[in-house]
Structures are given as C-alpha cells and as structure tokens.
Design a protein. Structure first.
Lengths: 117, 109
C-alpha cells in the first residue's frame, strides 16, 4: 500500500512562509485527489485543502484561502502546501491524506508547524 | 464551514456498545451520503473506519458500523474492546469542501 511522508515543518515567525511536502511511495499516488488536514495541539482535526488528479482543481478552507496554495508534481509523486502570511493559529501538525470514495483512506505521519516569535 | 457537532466524550464497559452522533446541516451530512469516521490514538495518525456512511474498509472489524438519518450520522462500536479507546472524528463532504466533527473521546471503563 502507498505510504505518504510529510516534511518541511518547523518554526516560523508570524507573517512568514513555509512549504510543506508530502512524498508518496508509489506512482499510483497520481491517480488520486489528495488532502491536507491539520490538527492544532490538543485540538481536533481540521480540513485544509484538496487537489485534483491533474492539479487543475483545488479547494480551500475559508481559514486559509488566499494564504495557502496546494500543488502537486506528478513526476516526483509529491504534493505541496505553500503557506504564506502565517499566523499563530496556523500552529498544528499537518497531515496529507489520500482521497478515496469521498474519504481519507491513507494518511501520512504528519509534520509539525509552529508559528511563533 | 462550521465543524460538525459531536459529543465530547462517550464511554462503555468491555463488551458493551457505544454510539457517537455527528450532527451537521443539509449542506453537508444531510446533503450527501459521504460521511466518514476516523479513529485516532494519542500521537498517531487518524485511521479510516467507515466511509460513505456505512461501509467498512478492508481490515476494520465489523464491530464498527455507521448510519445516518437526516442531518445526523452515527458511529456504533459494538463489543467494546480496550483498543477501541481513542478519539473518533466524523467528516462529511460539502460541495467540494470537507468538514470534520469536533471529536469524541471514547473511554473503555
């Protein structure tokens, strides 16, 4: 089964930028839409964004629209999340997850983003 | 994009059943048969338990079942086992977007 591995998290100042990556172990990754989901410390899951097979269709949660941008590189079996104008409330573990049957059936281990001065 | 409403906690003794509700609106839960449920143990990634309201992925025990009535979906765990103690989240498709529930902590007494 495909494995997803997120990377790129770290400490960033408010107003800063960060790019997260999600690398898949199999080329079949390119046959699925992919989500980003985040979880603030001690809080629940929050859906962030989704991208289509060819990258041509994207959707965003209102809380990140205009600041975050999702993209994918099929040649590299990799998904990205460009995060700009970061705020303290963006502090969270960010997961990528495969979309299948309108659910999220394969999840990565997550990467931690901390926004603080 | 308001979170779906779940009870903060639920509990039961081993062998008993517990049911978790997930209440949304006609724009999400009530409008589509695309409700899914996730189990998350502390420090771990979520795991898909139910999709399309009542379907179980391969490998998920049949002790887990899902249903929906109107704007409310439910997850029932029958024959509770110690390993079922975890946080559970519902999620619904909503016209291109997705929304999660507030989460329910299930305790096995």
């Amino acid at each position: 089964e495909v494995e997803l591995v997120e990377s790129g998290g770290g400490l960033v100042q408010p107003g800063g930028s960060l790019r997260l990556s999600c690398a898949a172990s199999e080329v079949t990754f390119n046959h699925y839409w992919i989500h980003w989901v985040r979880q603030a410390p001690g809080k629940g899951l929050v859906w962030v964004s989704i991208i289509s097979l060819d990258g041509g269709t994207t959707y965003y949660a209102d809380s990140v629209k205009g600041r975050f941008s999702i993209s994918r590189d099929s040649a590299k079996n990799t998904l990205y999340l460009q995060m700009n104008s970061l705020r303290a409330e963006d502090t969270a573990v960010y997961f990528c997850a495969r979309a299948n049957n309108f659910a999220m059936d394969v999840w990565g281990q997550g990467t931690t983003v901390t926004v603080s001065s | 994009q308001s979170a779906l409403t779940q009870p903060p906690s639920a509990s039961g003794s081993p062998g008993q059943s517990v049911t978790i509700s997930c209440t949304g609106t006609s724009s999400d839960v009530g409008g589509y048969n695309y409700v899914s449920w996730y189990q998350q143990h502390p420090g771990k990634s979520p795991k898909l338990m139910i999709y399309e309201v009542n379907k179980r992925p391969s490998g998920v025990p049949d002790r887990f079942s899902g249903s929906k009535s109107g704007n409310t979906a439910s997850l029932t765990v029958s024959g509770l086992q110690a390993e079922d103690e975890a946080d559970y989240y519902c999620s619904s498709y909503a016209d291109g977007l997705y929304v999660f529930g507030t989460g329910t902590k299930v305790t096995v007494l």
